[in-house]
Design a protein around this ligand. Structure first.
Ligand code: PGA
Length: 316
């Protein structure tokens, strides 16, 4: 059986109205054009679909069957229309998001708000280290990546959406706690618990010390922000972490931020993807959401002042 969607559409209208004239009016066609479509359809299915008794039109048995199917097909086409519209608006679909481990502290709150706005999307979240993030970008495994420092090169599009201040933390009973304007050279006398190689926090720490000619005395190397915080609390050394990891400990006064000259080191959080990647509507919507809303949502007290994000092609 060879039939066209147009024939089905015309048939559905005639069968619904049981009138060629009303179907023609609805479809903005002439009555002969409607009759022609129905004739072609009947010749395609090789059975009459309508009986004409006087001026009245009735469906034949084949017509009833065809009407049933054409309604189902019309419903599916409407559904397809709706899905495509929703996809265009970013309200449906999948998002593969990969983030650096420190991002784990704030990205769930953002996803919570985003998913409330777009409840029909499916998100996979991979929390991993910088090397893996870079490989995922290169292999096109992630739609979007969030991390602290875009690598050099111009094949990535990176947008900074929020400041990422790095601070020095100590237990509340540390001798430098509460002191103002501690000279940075004083840091040489301290032991630092550092993140693993490949961590953005570790890289920024080493750059800061080397740029200022300060010796970095590393104690334990710890591959996890939580373990660093616990170890600092236990008096094993100082830590240098993103302030985004510290909300709870600072509120509970389990850790304090030292007031050291040159701190905080202000970095930024970036959302990035390969320049050549064609973002899905969902990925595009989430990227926009980060660039426009993340800062205000996470720091309502600071929005528009110091942590405001903006699109940039630059590198740290
Ligand atoms: P992390 O931080 O890799 O130290 O967790 C993220 C980053 O700065 O890229």
């Amino acid at each position: 059986m060879h039939l066209t969607l147009r024939q089905l559409k015309v048939f559905e209208a005639v069968a619904r109205h049981l009138s060629f004239r009303r179907a023609a009016e609805e479809l903005h066609l002439s009555q002969p054009a409607v009759s022609m479509q129905i004739k072609q359809l009947e010749s395609n299915v090789e059975l009459p679909l309508f009986d004409h008794v006087g001026k009245k039109v009735f469906l034949t048995e084949a017509g009833h069957e065809m009407f049933h199917c054409s309604r189902a097909i019309a419903g599916l086409l409407d559904e397809a229309d709706e899905v495509i519209e929703q996809l265009k608006g970013g309200r449906r679909g999948k998002l593969a998001l990969s983030v650096a481990s420190t991002v784990n502290y704030f990205v769930p709150a953002l996803l919570g708000t985003f998913c409330r706005r777009f409840p029909d999307i499916t998100i996979s979240l991979d929390v991993t280290n910088r090397e893996t993030l870079l490989r995922q970008l290169a292999d096109n495994e992630a739609d979007l990546v969030i991390m602290g420092q875009p690598p050099a090169g111009d094949d990535l599009e990176a947008g900074a959406f929020m400041e990422n201040p790095l601070v020095i933390i100590a237990p509340p009973d540390h001798p430098l706690a509460g002191k103002q304007g501690v000279p940075m050279m004083r840091l040489q006398d301290e032991t630092f618990l550092v993140r693993e190689r490949g961590s953005g926090t570790r890289g920024a720490t080493e750059r800061f010390f080397s740029q200022h000619g300060i010796t970095l005395n590393t104690g334990m190397e710890i591959s996890n922000n939580e373990a660093i915080k616990q170890s600092v609390q236990a008096g094993l050394g100082l830590g240098l972490l993103s302030r985004d990891t510290l909300e709870m400990e600072l509120a509970l006064n389990k850790l304090v931020v030292l007031d050291v000259e040159g701190f905080p080191i202000v970095r930024h959080w970036y959302v990035m993807h390969r320049r050549v990647k064609r973002l899905s509507p969902v990925a595009q919507a989430f990227k926009q959401f980060l660039l426009e809303k993340a800062n205000t949502l996470l720091h309502p007290d600071l929005s528009g002042v110091s942590r405001e994000g903006k699109m940039t092609a630059g590198r740290e």
